[in-house]
Design a binder for this molecule. Structure first.
Ligand SMILES: [Zn+2]
Length: 327
């Protein structure tokens, strides 16, 4: 392992998280700033460069890894498209950063690198076959087979949030119908909560939406109810909120059954914002896997919360440099 430092960049739709780490994953410096994605690619790239300069100042750097919230063509280092970064079409981010710093630079999708981060530094250390699932606004993931990232033919493997779970289900942002993330994401949970509230269900969920400065009832609408409002209500003992989270967990489990049957992993790590719901979400998911997956893979797999939290992307970007440059 190199003695030099590594820069890890997590480019998200709302935050840019940049860290300076040694090769064991000890974070030495960090810079977190707003992406301000609406200002477009040029302004965002300028902020990334400033942020890297901030953390890397004076350090001996082996390379820069980037995990980006979008579809990345890894062979060219181009972000082809991003639903969370308006205006990002075919942006050669890897080349731009490499030219700016004259350092080896690597680019991958953020959920994919988070899987690698968990494998190198988090809950998946020493585990050769694992699936990482991030559940937040949508669902993303990464697959490690034999200790290596599985990228597929064009680098897009791991779009697990868009496996079809219900062919008659809700329409997905991707254009397809009944994708996993239309049923088991934070967005899906909030949508169901709004539907129940508007139907007049007995629940305290709205009280917790009103506690959020961005939330509340606008003209009688309850559209600002978030997954977080449902979680807070559930923690406060609200029966409907608990049921809604349990239902989301059930659908999470249905997708996990497919992953467990296909990949026979030793470990499935659940990260992303919804993983903070803990057993309320994970217990129903694990129950479905025990009931529905094939016996052998169901017996072999552990399903646990991921460990790297909000740093998963940036730590994953550090791991990407280690994997690409040093292994
Ligand atoms: Zn989809």
């Amino acid at each position: 392992m190199p003695k030099q430092m590594i820069v890890g960049v997590d480019l998200g739709g709302s935050k840019i998280n940049v860290i300076l780490s040694d090769s064991s994953g000890n974070i030495k410096e960090r810079d977190l700033r707003d992406t301000l994605a609406h200002e477009g690619p040029e302004a965002v790239i300028k902020r990334i460069i400033e942020s890297i300069k901030q953390v890397a100042s004076g350090a001996d750097i082996a390379g820069i890894g980037i995990g980006a919230a979008g579809a990345c063509e890894t062979s060219t280092g181009v972000i082809t498209l991003s639903p969370n970064l308006p205006g990002w079409h075919n942006i050669p981010l890897k080349d731009i950063i490499q030219r700016e710093f004259s350092l080896p630079t690597y680019l991958e999708n953020d959920a994919t690198v988070a899987a690698l981060g968990e494998h190198y530094f988090g809950g998946g250390v020493g585990i050769e076959n694992l699936v990482y699932v991030t559940v937040g606004t949508g669902i993303g993931g990464g697959i490690i087979i034999g200790g290596q990232l599985y990228r597929g033919a064009s680098g897009s493997a791991g779009e697990i949030g868009h496996m079809t779970i219900d062919i008659n289900g809700p329409r997905c942002n991707c254009g397809n119908i009944g994708c996993w993330e239309t049923l088991a994401s934070g967005t899906a949970l909030a949508r169901e909560a709004v539907r129940q509230v508007e139907a007049g269900a007995q629940t305290t969920i709205l009280n917790f939406a009103a506690g959020d400065p961005r939330a509340g009832r606008e003209g009688g609408s309850t559209k600002k109810v978030s997954a977080q409002s449902v979680f807070l209500a559930a923690q406060d003992g609200d029966r409907l909120a608990k049921e809604l989270i349990s239902r989301t967990g059930y659908y999470l489990g249905v997708g996990l059954v497919n992953l467990v049957n296909i990949f026979n992993p030793q470990l499935v790590l659940i990260g992303g914002g919804l993983s903070q719901m803990g057993p309320l979400l994970l217990d129903p998911a694990i129950k479905v896997v025990r009931e529905r997956a094939f016996e052998l893979p169901a017996r072999a797999v552990r399903i646990e919360p991921a460990r790297l939290g909000a740093d998963a992307g940036a730590m994953g970007a550090v791991a990407l440099v280690l994997q690409e440059k040093f292994s």
